[in-house]
Ligand binder design. Sequence first.
Ligand SMILES: C[S@@+](CC[C@H](N)C(=O)[O-])C[C@H]1O[C@@H](n2cnc3c(N)ncnc32)[C@H](O)[C@@H]1O
Length: 219
Amino acid sequence: MNKSFGNDDTHLAEWLERMYAPEDEVLAEVRARSAAAGLPDIQVAALDARHLEVLARAAGAKRAVEIGTLGGYSGVAILRGLGPGGELDTIDSEPRHAEVARESFRRAGFGAGARVHVGPALEVLPRLVARGPYDLVFIDADKEGYPRYLDWAADNLRLGGIVLLDNAFLFGHLHEPPAGERATSIKAMQAVHEKLARSGHFRATPLPTGEGLAMGVKI
Ligand SMILES: C[S@@+](CC[C@H](N)C(=O)[O-])C[C@H]1O[C@@H](n2cnc3c(N)ncnc32)[C@H](O)[C@@H]1O
């Protein structure tokens, strides 16, 4: 029996994609319109979007922060998980990305529940403190920023709230000694795992998705 960490059988992955059909017409349209607008093809995978929605539902989350909006693909999934009356504050440093995302949220029927903030996350996050505490924080932006984004989440989640970190395996380089052009991002990602696993603020686990989705519950 295969009980290793994750499973990289592509046939099994294709079977699951067919079974769970995670990308509906709304998400497919967000992906296509983002590409047509020239945005990079770096949104979460369709099943990861489903993970976000289901985890938000499981947590009973109503208010969320996302760091790294892009065209709104993961944001739509989170808003679906928040349900009626849910509120998402999502941050991106690129005005063009924010513009595409606002349209995505409007088309998905979440125009009222989504606030897209433009600017570097470390400048925007302090302005969101007054709206907290939040139920969910999703981190999916520059890897060097992850440790400070996690600090913000530790301070601004309610007890029992969840933090989710995408690209938690750093494209397979997480465990390597920090060296070369990836040294800064390897150091940052190793540091954020240490905070998540050992700071005492979270009960955490690295979910073995393709990209790695680290998850912590604030304790
Ligand atoms: C991987 S993409 C986000 C994908 C998105 N979560 C999705 O799955 O649909 C990362 C985004 O973070 C933004 N970004 C990078 N550094 C940032 C920073 N310091 N502050 C805010 N946004 C940043 C980029 O412009 C980019 O749109």
